[in-house]
Every structure is written in C-alpha cells, then in structure tokens.
Design a protein around this ligand. Structure first.
Ligand code: C2E
Ligand code: MG
Ligand code: MG
Length: 562
C-alpha cells in the first residue's frame, strides 16, 4: 500500500476488514477500536472476526452472510445489518458492505467496510415501537396485535397452545359524555393497567380501539387461559375511581382457543369479536368462547343483511297494528305500527330477529322510511272510513340510527305531505335507551320533529337511566311504561312501586301515560287505580292487519269489570 493509501485507510471513520477465504483476518483497520472497543490485534490473524463479536440474535445472520460471500463471484456486493457486543458489554449496530476482491497475489479476499449505525437504529426502533404501541395506555396497538397473530398463524398446526382474548368495558361512551374525555382517558388507562398487571411474558396485552383490548397468550393449558380471563374480568369489575368519581363498568370477554387455521389475522380477530359481542349480549355469561356455531349465527346475520334489501324491493315487509286504548272507556286512542317480515325461507319474522342487523347496517333508514309511509297511508285510509276518529294517532317506532340520521325531519315532513296525514295524527315512539344515548342530539332532533306538529312518545320507559332534567328537555307527549314492569306488577310490590312512580312522574310533567303489555284484567284494574290513562296489550288486541284493526276500532267493547 502506498503511504497515502495507508493513511486514508488508517484514519477512516469506518472499519476496514480484509479476510482470506478461510475467514482469517489479514488486515484490520484501527477504526475497530472506536467501534468495538477492541484493538486491531484482537482480530488480526484470527478467524471469524464478526462471528466472534456478533450479538446472539445476529450470529446466524453473520455466518450465513459470510458463507454466501465466500462463494460469491468476484465483484458481487452484499450488505448486512448486524448487532454486535462491544468490549464494555454494550451493543452496537453495524452496517457491513462486503465484496469479493482479487489481491495483488492473485488470491481472493473478502473485503468488508463496517459503519456504526447505532443512533439511526435506535431511532428506527423508537419509531417501530411507536408504530406498534398505543400512546394513551403504552400497551401494544392493533397493528402489533395483528402482526403477533400472524406470527402464530405462520407456525400453522404447531400453534396449539395459544389463545386470543378480546375484552371490553361498557361505560366509556357514557363517561366521555357525562364526565368528559379526560375521565374517559383515565378509565381506559386504568383498565389497561389492570389488564397488564395480570399478563406475564410471553403473553402480551394490546389496545385495539376505544375500550377494546386483546391479550395474546401462549404456552398455557386451556384451563390456565380461562382462569386468566376470569381473573381479568374480576379485576375490571372493581370500581374505577376517576378523579374522585366512582364509576362501575361491566366487562365482557370473547375467547378463541388454538389451534386455529386462518389465513388472515383479521379473520381470527373477527371471530373473537363475535364471541365478545355474544358475551356482551348475554345477561348472565360475560365470557364466551368462540365456537363455529357463533360463526353460523354471524353468517346468518350476513344472509339477513343481503335478504333485507331484496325483501324491501319485493314487498316482503308488512305492518301489524296494535291498538292503544283509554283504560277508562276502552276506546281506541292510538294505533301502533309494528313491522313484520314475510321471509321467503324463514317464514314470518318478528322485529327482534332482523332489526338489529338492519340497525347495524343502516338499512333501518330506508326500511324505517317505508314503515312511516305505509303507516301514514293506512292511517289516512282509516280516517277516511271513520271520520269520528280524528283524535286517534298512528304511532310509529323510530330507531337510534333513524333518529341520528340528518334526514329524519325532512323524511317525516315529506311523508306527511305526500300521504296527506295531518301531523297531529302521527306520533313517533323513541325508546328511552335510544333517547338517552345522546341526550343533546335527541333533544335537538325531537324539537325539530315536534315543530312539524307531530307528537312524541318515549317507549319502554323505566329500562334506561333517564334523568328528570333530560326528560324535561325533550318535547314529549307520552310515556310508555315498559311491559316488563306491568308483567310483574301483580307479583312484585317493587315493580308496582316503579309503575306508580312512573305514572306520578308522567302526571307531574303533564304527560299522557300508556302501560304496555297488559295481558290480564287484574293488571287493567290495578293500572286504572294508579291513574294510568291508556294501555296496550294482548288483553285488548294482539297486533293485527289493517282491516282487522279498523273493525276493532268500530266494535263496541266491554268496559272493565270492577
Ligand atoms: P315496542 O315498540 O315496545 O312494541 C311493543 C311490543 O310488545 C311488540 O312486539 C308487541 O307485539 C309486544 N306486545 C304488545 N302487547 C303485548 C302483551 O300484552 N304482552 C307481550 N308479552 N308483548 C306484547 P314486537 O312487534 O315484536 O316489536 C318489538 C319491538 O320492535 C318494538 O317494541 C319496537 O321497539 C321494535 N319495532 C317494531 N316495529 C318497528 C319499526 O317499524 N321500526 C322500529 N325502529 N322498531 C320497531
Ligand atoms: Mg313502540
Ligand atoms: Mg315498548
């Protein structure tokens, strides 16, 4: 080497290494001292320079790389990033560029240039960590969860001893709305801490969404995994103290136990979510293990979703009408329209079997509009036939999605205009829980609807958590006492007290009160005694078709036997 060339190599920042094809170091530049802490003499004349300092995690990479390079054609260049252990025990990241060259003696040598990339690597790792972690809870995030599940799925049939658990708590939305998002963040953070406290390596906890968490478990028996799930549920069941406010949540869990043959981690997560949803819906079992039957349910829901569209197009929906009567005189004061579906394969379907899917897919918006049109049309017919029925209203149920949809007011106005039904003959029923989901928006929407001259009723009252203040903000005409209270009135004094309180509340707010689900004479007389004005139930009439309903209105009916 010329003096100048030697000077260049010896003073370079990067580390130059020349090895013969047996791996013996024939030249090692002094920069190795800066980078590794070792003197050049540590490597000079000895074999496998990089292999000896490679971090255990990089050892296989290094040996594969050097083997490949020694067999490569002259001039071929390759690059490797490796982690090394330096003299003081620390670790550093190096980028190694290698190529096979021919020396002045005609022999082949492996020339490697190594640069310290530790600071860039630290930045990369930090970025990778933030890509994979949730800033609020410091748990791993959805991306990490999916990548971890992918790694498990890549192990194929070997991955038997794993479970994916989806967890959620139910009060986040409420806390955000009532106490504010800072409290909501606290709730999520504390829930995350409780979950993380139960998790031990190699299991990992992730936050998937707002109040949705997942835990990926490995190397445990199904019994141990289920014990873990119940432990986490009980940890989440304890009261949460958010800046002095005590909040209680209801946690639920969906579990999928390995082995699981899925192509995509998303498919596995979807099935865990199905189990979680079932757990949430179930009153007495807050943990559900995924079973293919649940998947069949989910596919049936999917099938219903497709059939709903065809059903509306082909006229498979129809309305049944149930009268609401004055308890004093037994005359009809209102008629409630109840949706039915004549399904081509499943036969007659009740709203409980399809409304959830219609609601979840927003199909309830066009379907609800059809209900409104049909009910108004049938009511106009009724009023034409019975001119003395001018004060009777048609009650139409409105769902959460319909009420939230910006078009609701225009739709109601247009249907009234097109059908010719006077607005005071239409009443919209909104269930209490729907009204309370977003009281501010509800009040806004109800005021706009009320301005059209339409009446408003709060359905299934007593099942939600209305505050008197919110009720006063709604422009309502009627409260309908939920049928569960009426059904148990004769056997439970508690239920009777609730009914009495609701009736008194309605009177104090100057509202009409309707009791739902009256099936027995005793309930009729008890309700009358409690000063309830109107009632609805099988005792008076089941839901019937439009003609039967009209005949019912005309018929003379017996009064209450005292
Ligand atoms: P809802 O509005 O509270 O309607 C009353 C429900 O109680 C009806 O069930 C009715 O058949 C039933 N019912 C009436 N009297 C009695 C009785 O004496 N005993 C018992 N056990 N039940 C009685 P249905 O028709 O199955 O409707 C269930 C719910 O589905 C309705 O509850 C309403 O929330 C919803 N729904 C029905 N039609 C529509 C609709 O067109 N649109 C929307 N959004 N929801 C609807
Ligand atoms: Mg109703
Ligand atoms: Mg009801």
């Amino acid at each position: 080497m010329s003096d100048l060339a030697t000077l260049l190599v010896e003073t370079a920042h990067h580390w130059e290494l020349l090895e013969d094809l047996d791996g013996t170091v024939v030249y090692c530049s002094p920069a190795c001292r800066e980078i590794t802490g070792f003197d050049p003499a540590h490597f000079q004349g000895r074999a496998d320079a990089l292999g000896r300092i490679a971090h255990p995690g990089s050892r296989t990479l290094v040996s594969d790389f050097t083997r490949e390079m020694r067999g490569a054609a002259p001039g071929v260049r390759r690059c490797l990033e490796l982690c090394i252990q330096v003299q003081d025990g620390g670790v550093r990241w190096l980028r190694c560029h290698s190529r096979l060259i021919t020396g002045p003696d005609g022999a082949s040598y492996l020339r490697s240039t190594l640069r310290d990339i530790s600071s860039r690597k630290a930045l990369d790792l930090e970025m990778e960590l933030s890509r994979l972690s949730d800033p609020l809870t410091r748990l791993y995030n959805r991306a990490f969860c999916l990548e971890s599940i992918q790694r498990l799925l890549d192990r194929g049939s070997l991955a038997e001893d794993f479970a994916v658990v989806a967890l959620d708590i139910d009060r986040l939305k409420k806390v955000n709305e009532t106490l504010g998002p800072t409290y909501g963040d606290d709730l999520v953070r504390i829930a995350a801490e409780r979950i993380a406290s139960a998790v031990t390596a190699p299991d990992v906890a992730c936050r998937l969404s707002g109040d949705g968490f997942a835990v990926i478990m490995q190397g445990k028996t199904p019994r141990e995994m289920m014990a873990f799930v119940h432990k986490v549920l009980s940890l989440l069941d304890r009261p949460f103290i958010l800046r002095g406010h005590e909040v209680n949540v209801t946690p639920s869990a969906g579990v999928l136990l390995g082995p699981a043959l899925y192509d995509q981690p998303e498919d596995l997560l979807r099935n865990v979510s199905i189990a979680l949803r079932r757990a949430r819906e179930s009153r007495n079992n807050r943990c559900k293990v995924f079973h293919s039957r649940l998947f069949v349910d989910a596919s049936r829901q999917h099938e219903i979703e497709i059939d709903l569209h065809a059903g509306l197009r082909c006229g498979q929906f129809f309305l049944a009408y149930q009268p609401i009567v004055c308890l004093e005189t037994n005359t009809v004061t209102s008629i409630e329209a109840l949706l039915r579906w004549n399904h081509p394969r499943h036969g007659l379907m009740q709203p409980a079997e399809f409304l959830g899917v219609a609601e979840a897919t927003d199909f309830i918006v066009p379907l609800g509009e059809w209900v409104l049109k049909q009910a108004c049309h049938d009511m106009v017919e009724t009023l034409v036939q019975r001119t003395d029925m001018g004060a009777v209203t048609m009650s139409v149920n409105i769902s959460a999605r319909q009420l939230a949809h910006h078009s609701i007011c225009n739709t109601v106005a247009r249907v009234l205009r097109q059908s010719g039904l006077p607005p005071e003959n239409l009443k919209l029923e909104i269930t209490e829980t729907v009204a309370m989901e977003n009281p501010v928006l509800t009040a806004q929407r109800l005021h706009a609807i009320k301005a059209l001259g339409v009446k408003i009723s709060i359905d299934d009252f007593g099942t939600g958590y209305s505050s008197l203040a919110s009720l006063q903000n709604f422009p309502i005409d009627t409260l309908k006492v939920d049928k569960s209270f009426v059904g148990m009135m004769d056997s439970s004094t508690e239920q009777r007290k609730i009914v009495r309180t609701i009736i008194a509340l309605a009177h104090s707010l100057n509202l009409e009160v309707v009791a739902e689900g009256i099936e027995q004479q005793e309930q009729w007389s008890m309700l009358k005694m409690l000063d309830c004005q109107s009632g609805q139930g099988f005792l008076f009439s089941h839901p019937v078709d439009a003609d039967t309903m009209r005949a019912f209105i005309c018929k003379e009916r017996p009064q209450l036997r005292q």
